[in-house]
Design a binder for this molecule. Structure first.
Ligand SMILES: Nc1ncnc2c1ncn2[C@@H]1O[C@H](COP(=O)(O)OP(=O)(O)OP(=O)(O)O)[C@@H](O)[C@H]1O
Ligand SMILES: [Mg+2]
Length: 256
């Protein structure tokens, strides 16, 4: 049995006016422990919804999410989540923000300070521990959010467009960083992104979703060796994956 198992998942939102919006319909995924998968699809197709459902923040209308064989029925503790919208608290320092999830879980902050400082150094934020989010660049804020998601050593890392708001150079740099982190820690990871090449760069497998209601319309297996570099992204093998995925997103692929 896969580590993360999503079976026939449907999620329906109810708007304030009482209308029902089907965000996901009949989604199936199987992700093994230690795998890195990516999810791509048009805006509004339900990618963020899918991550929230996997982490137990949303209840399915139909179907089920299982992690380690157990049905997820409420917020799952073992996930680190980098949300699409910034979540750093402006009135807390970098270090204070990174330790915030530890406090929320009722753990002893002091037990995690050393680890936090190590992670801060690892992503190149040393010297910025005492700064406030407003004093950081966008890239630095995303580095801090990434550490915040890793601080409690989660079994699963969920990344919702973590680099979407960054310039191309910073984005490349952070993607290299993310690859390094994954290669070292082999945390089961799910990356949502609008960038097809970012998905192919990072993932063992890319799921392509249809417009809302989101369904999986294609699964692209990426077996390129790691570490991958940005020079690789112009290789024929890399481009073959990108073009396959593109065909499905723009509707010329065969439905599976
Ligand atoms: N809280 C909510 N109440 C009602 N509808 C919602 C809610 N959250 C999302 N939706 C709707 O569900 C659909 C899927 O939203 P979701 O945020 O999952 O899309 P997405 O694929 O992450 O989009 P994007 O790429 O723009 O981030 C959209 O049509 C959205 O309008
Ligand atoms: Mg989203």
């Amino acid at each position: 049995m896969a580590f993360i198992e999503v079976k026939d998942l449907s999620i329906v939102y109810r708007s304030r006016r009482g209308e029902e919006i089907t965000a996901l319909e009949g989604v199936d995924l199987e992700i093994d422990e230690g795998e890195f998968v990516a999810i791509v699809g048009p805006s509004g197709c339900g990618k963020s919804t899918l991550l929230k459902a996997i982490s137990g923040l949303l209840r399915p209308r139909r179907g089920v999410v299982r992690i380690g064989g157990r049905v997820v029925e409420g917020p799952y503790d073992g996930v680190g989540f980098v949300f699409q919208t910034p979540t750093l608290l402006p009135w807390r320092t970098v270090l204070g923000n990174i330790l915030f999830p530890i406090e929320m879980k009722g753990l002893r902050k002091n037990d995690y300070v050393e680890k936090a400082l190590k992670l801060i150094e690892m992503v190149g934020l040393k010297g910025f521990e005492k700064k406030y989010p407003g004093e950081l660049s966008g890239g630095m804020r995303q580095r801090a959010s990434l550490i915040q998601a890793l601080i409690h050593d989660p079994r699963i890392l969920l990344l919702d467009e973590p680099f979407g708001a960054l310039d191309a150079l910073t984005r490349e740099e952070l993607n290299m960083e993310l690859q390094r982190i994954w290669m070292r820690e082999k945390k089961t990871s799910i990356l949502v992104t609008h960038s097809i090449s970012e998905a192919v760069f990072q993932a063992d497998r890319v799921y392509v979703m249809s417009p809302r209601p989101g369904r999986i319309i294609h699964v692209e297996e990426v077996e390129l060796p790691r570490p991958r570099s940005f020079e690789d992204s112009s290789s024929p093998e890399f481009l073959k994956h990108v073009n396959n995925i593109r065909r499905f997103i723009f509707g010329q692929g065969e439905k599976t």
